[in-house]
Design a protein around this ligand. Structure first.
Ligand SMILES: [Zn+2]
Length: 151
């Protein structure tokens, strides 16, 4: 296990059980790319290729992945960018930068605002004396207040 500075891109249909160091496995079917952490620690790095996660671009057989790979949850805490198959080592991210990145993820992943629920208050129907009485009392009260204020 040694640090690698390049990743070879290999397209696969299914993700192999054991990943080899220095290889970026891309499964378009599963919309994911996987590689062993480039520092050589042996941790598996999974980069989901969905809009809110990572973007993969292939030029020739060299892959670029954006944004940067930040393995803050691994002991090595390595942080790098994969650009045209090359590992560009980035400095360790500060806590603040990590939190900012996570906050950005949260914003992107937040589902669209839910549609307003249909009103649960049933419209008064004829033949419902209680509801009608309640509505009438409420209307009377509003009229009363209105008169007091503006009458
Ligand atoms: Zn590592």
């Amino acid at each position: 296990m040694a640090r690698v500075d390049r990743l070879k891109t290999v397209f696969v249909d299914e993700i192999p059980e054991i990943l080899e160091d220095g290889i970026l496995y891309v499964s378009e079917e599963c919309r994911v790319a996987l590689h062993n952490c480039a520092c050589g620690c042996g941790e598996e790095v999974s980069t989901p290729l969905v809009r809110t996660e990572y973007r993969l671009t292939i030029e020739g057989d060299a892959a670029s992945i954006w944004p940067s790979i930040g393995n803050h949850d691994f002991a090595c805490a390595s942080h790098y960018v994969i650009k045209q198959g090359e590992i560009l080592w980035a400095g360790k991210m500060s806590r603040g930068a990590i939190e900012a990145g996570r906050e950005r993820d949260r914003r992107l992943k937040r589902p669209p605002a839910p549609k307003p629920l249909p009103s649960r208050i049933p419209a008064p129907k004829p033949g419902q004396p209680f509801a009608n009485a309640l509505v009438k009392r409420t209307l009377d009260w509003i009229v009363d207040v209105w008169r007091k204020l503006f009458g």
